[in-house]
Write a protein that binds this ligand. Structure first.
Ligand code: TXA
Ligand code: MG
Length: 323
C-alpha cells in the first residue's frame, strides 16, 4: 500500500489506473474518506468487503464525476431527483434510484435500487474524471473504516484503520480534513416524493425547497438495508454517553459555551453545528488514541445538521450495549 500526501496530476492518473486494474484507492471526499473500487468489477468490489470486514449483502454508493453520468447507473429518474442533483451536486448527498443494467447485485446488495453520489472534493472529482477517461463508469466507495467503526475524516485515520488489510498495489490519497465530517444525506428517490434514509448536511428543509415537494415520512425504520441504520454503528472503542455530567478523566465534547467540570479531558468545543460535525469523528479517534474509556457528549440542539449529529451519536452510544 502507498500513502500519497501530495496528489499531483501524475498521482491521480496512477490512482485511476490502479482502480482500473482492480486495486483499491482510498480517497478524500467532503463528507468522510471513501474506500474506492471499480464499481463494474465484482472482483474489485469483493475486495472492499474483505478489507472492511463488512457483510457482502450491504449496498455500496457509486461515486460519479458528474450528474450527467446518473443515467448510466439508474433508470426512471424522477424530475425531483434531477432538481436535487442540480442543486446539491457535487455535494454531501446520495440519491437512491431504480438501478440500470450496469448496477449489478454486488453493488446493490441484490436490491433493485442503486445509490449514486457526486462528491465535492477536488481530488475525488479529479480521480473520478481520470477514471472515466480510462473507460471506467463509477467508483464504489463505502466509508474507509472497518465495519461498525467511526468513519475516517483524515488520511492518517484511514491508514490507522485499514493499512493492515490493504494490498501492495492499493493507495491511500491524502486530501486533508474532510470538511463536513459526517456521511452524506441519503435520499430515496424511488417514490412519488423524496424520503430521507440517512440524515446529513443536506437537510430535510433544503430537500423540500429544492424538490418543491413534501417529504415522505422518514423511511429510517423501513426494510431497506442501510448499514448506517443498524443500531450499533459509528462507534469508537470508548463508551459514548449522551447528555450526562462527565467525571474526571473522562472525555467531553460539547459546544464551547459549556464549561468542563474539573479534571475532565475536553476533546472538542465547537462553536457551530457545522464545526461540531467537522470535529466529531476525529475527537472520537483522539479519545481512543489517548485510551480514554468514556466519552460524554452534550448533544447539539435544533434541526438540520444537528439532527444528523444526534443520529450518529445515538448509534455510537448504542454500541455501549456490546462492550
Ligand atoms: O458520505 C458518504 O456517503 C460516504 C462517502 C465515502 O461518499 N460513503 C458512505 O458509504 O458513507 P457507506 O457504505 O459507509 O454508507 C452508505 C450507506 C450504507 O448504509 C448503505 O446501506 C446505503 O448507503 N446504501 C447504498 N446503496 C443503497 C441503496 N440502493 N438503497 C438503500 N441504501 C443504500
Ligand atoms: Mg460507513
Amino acid at each position: 500500500m502507498s500513502f500519497v500526501s501530495k496528489c499531483t496530476a501524475d498521482v491521480i492518473l496512477r490512482a485511476a489506473k490502479a482502480l482500473k486494474d482492480g486495486h483499491l484507492v482510498t480517497f478524500p471526499t467532503e463528507t468522510v474518506y471513501g474506500l474506492g473500487a471499480d464499481a463494474s468489477s465484482s472482483e474489485a468490489v469483493a475486495r472492499i468487503y474483505a478489507v472492511k470486514g463488512r457483510p457482502a449483502d450491504h449496498p455500496l454508493i457509486v461515486h460519479i464525476a458528474s450528474m450527467h453520468d446518473m443515467d448510466k447507473w439508474a433508470i426512471n429518474i424522477p424530475e425531483y431527483a434531477i432538481k436535487l442533483a442540480r442543486e446539491f451536486w457535487p455535494g454531501p448527498m446520495t440519491l437512491v434510484l431504480k438501478r440500470s443494467e450496469l448496477a449489478k447485485d454486488f453493488i446493490t446488495g441484490g436490491q433493485d435500487t442503486v445509490g449514486v453520489r457526486v462528491p465535492n472534493h477536488p481530488i475525488a472529482l479529479a480521480l473520478l474524471e481520470e477514471f472515466q477517461k480510462l473507460g471506467g463508469h463509477g467508483v464504489a466507495a463505502p466509508s474507509a473504516n472497518r465495519f461498525g467503526a467511526v468513519s475516517p475524516t483524515t488520511a492518517e485515520a484511514v491508514h490507522d484503520e485499514l493499512s493492515d488489510y490493504l494490498g501492495d498495489e492499493d493507495l491511500i490519497l491524502d486530501g486533508g480534513n474532510s470538511q463536513v465530517g459526517v456521511e452524506s444525506t441519503i435520499i430515496d428517490c424511488t417514490g412519488a416524493n423524496p424520503s430521507v434514509l440517512r440524515f446529513g448536511a443536506i437537510t430535510e428543509e433544503m430537500i423540500k425547497v429544492a424538490s418543491e415537494l413534501s417529504l415522505m415520512g422518514s423511511a429510517l425504520k423501513n426494510e431497506i438495508r442501510v448499514s448506517g441504520a443498524l443500531e450499533s454503528h459509528y462507534a469508537p472503542k470508548a463508551i459514548v454517553s449522551l447528555d450526562v455530567i462527565p467525571k474526571a478523566g473522562e472525555g467531553y465534547i460539547a459546544m464551547n459555551h459549556l464549561i468542563s467540570p474539573a479534571g475532565v479531558i475536553r476533546l472538542a468545543s465547537p462553536s457551530t453545528t457545522e464545526e461540531f460535525a467537522h470535529v466529531l469523528y476525529s475527537s472520537f479517534r483522539e479519545a481512543d488514541r489517548a485510551g480514554i474509556s468514556r466519552i460524554v457528549v452534550q448533544q447539539p440542539v435544533g434541526p438540520g445538521l444537528a439532527e444528523a449529529i444526534r443520529d450518529r451519536l445515538r448509534k455510537a452510544s448504542a454500541a455501549n450495549n456490546f462492550h
